[in-house]
Design a protein around this ligand. Structure first.
Ligand SMILES: [Zn+2]
Length: 113
């Protein structure tokens, strides 16, 4: 007996589609075929990308976009890439907001002269 990964229904291994939710049990049940875990070297490479001067952070941003949408990658890794993008977006918005607020107060000070 195997269980459907989508809805948890138990069924015989010969069943091709889950009788409850219709999920293809072949793609459903093969656990992460071809999805090799990220090696230590792979992680070192990923960690070092943003450390490259000037182009590093840009390349890293592009890579995060690619990773977050790459279906061949582990879901955990895709979620991590998405989380990184969200955090970067929040930081960028905060910096822009602070720049705008700072700019307004600076011009106000200049106007008072
Ligand atoms: Zn199911």
């Amino acid at each position: 007996m195997k269980a459907c990964k989508n809805c948890g229904t138990k069924f015989d291994e010969s069943v091709l589609f889950c009788p409850i939710c219709g999920t293809n049990t072949r793609t459903n049940l093969l656990p992460a075929a071809g999805k090799e875990p990220i090696s230590v070297g792979g992680w070192i490479g990923r960690t070092l990308i943003p450390c490259i001067p000037v182009v590093g952070s840009l390349v890293y941003l592009v890579m995060l976009f690619i990773w977050s949408g790459n279906k061949d990658k582990e879901e955990t890794f895709r979620n991590w890439a998405k989380a990184q993008l969200i955090v970067i977006a929040i930081v960028v918005v905060l910096v822009i907001l602070l720049a705008i607020l700072g700019g307004v107060s600076a011009s106000d000070i200049l106007d008072s002269f």
